[in-house]
Write a protein that binds this ligand. Structure first.
Ligand code: ADP
Length: 245
């Protein structure tokens, strides 16, 4: 079953063409890792998927609904945002709210749930990331790894059709990376559809169903982790991977 299909997505910042002609189909339950050099448009593409950035052109099928990126208004943007939740590189938690309140916020504001319902869902999701004992703590009292696990719980609480991760471990000290990747592995195992921009090649190799290599605003090639890491076809992919070794 297809969750989403993106066709001919284009995005410019001023005169700079950042995304040139991107096609991507996302299957239900699929874990897609997007890799590629810095500046190739990976983050911008991810942000386009939940219209934090509005693309200039392209088609977007999300579930049963077809959108024209060039004609997305406020209502359509809200519909799309509701089905996709983002986990940010720098967590983006509200410092003045407790952990539980952070997770409840989207449920209250976006989904307009009662306080009681929001608290129930937030508590369940906090347990999923193994941080029930931190419900009343403030973000500043937590390690980076714990803060990112809260970021994941907050996104998961919204029951998104597609969960988007923007380099979720790149702000973390190396010893804190594994606890976050473990939560992501668990979600993948549970069948959550995920698109992950990452520099964690071992993680991509282990967890991705498909690896997409982007450079210069295009998808250069995509395939299974085995193909992409062992026998990449394109010279740019080979060069990028060789640099990492
Ligand atoms: P990546 O995630 O692959 O490192 P990005 O999507 O962050 O790439 O950036 C792609 C290009 O778009 C870069 O040249 C970057 O400077 C530019 N860019 C990203 N966001 C903005 C913005 N809000 N305004 C102007 N240029 C931007």
């Amino acid at each position: 079953m297809i969750k989403a299909q993106i066709k001919a997505l284009r995005k410019q910042f001023g005169k700079q063409e950042v995304l040139k002609n991107i096609d991507l189909t996302i299957q239900a339950g699929e874990v897609i890792c997007i890799i590629g050099p810095s500046g190739s448009g990976k983050t911008t593409f991810l942000r386009c998927l939940n219209v934090l950035e509005q693309p200039d052109e392209g088609e977007y099928q999300l579930g049963e609904v077809q959108y024209d990126f060039a004609r997305i208004g406020r209502k359509q943007a809200q519909e799309i945002a509701r089905q996709t939740a983002m986990v940010f590189q720098s967590y983006e938690l509200f410092e003045h709210l407790t952990v539980l309140e952070n997770i409840m916020e989207g449920l209250r504001v976006v989904q307009r749930l009662s306080k009681q319902e929001a608290k129930k869902i937030a508590t369940e999701n906090l347990a999923k990331v193994g941080l029930s004992d931190k419900a009343d703590a403030y973000p500043i009292q937590l390690s980076g790894g714990q803060q990112q696990r809260i970021g994941i719980a907050r996104a998961m609480a919204l029951s998104p059709e597609i969960l988007l991760f923007d380099e979720p471990t790149s702000a973390l000290d190396p010893e804190l990376v594994d606890e976050v990747l473990a939560v992501m592995r668990q979600l993948a195992h549970e069948g959550q559809t995920m698109v992950i921009v990452t520099h964690e090649m071992q993680f991509a190799q282990d967890v991705a169903d498909r690896v997409v290599f982007m450079a210069d605003g295009v998808v250069v090639e995509s395939g299974s982790p085995e193909t992409m890491f062992q026998t990449p076809q394109e010279e740019r992919t080979q060069h990028f991977l060789a640099q990492l070794r």
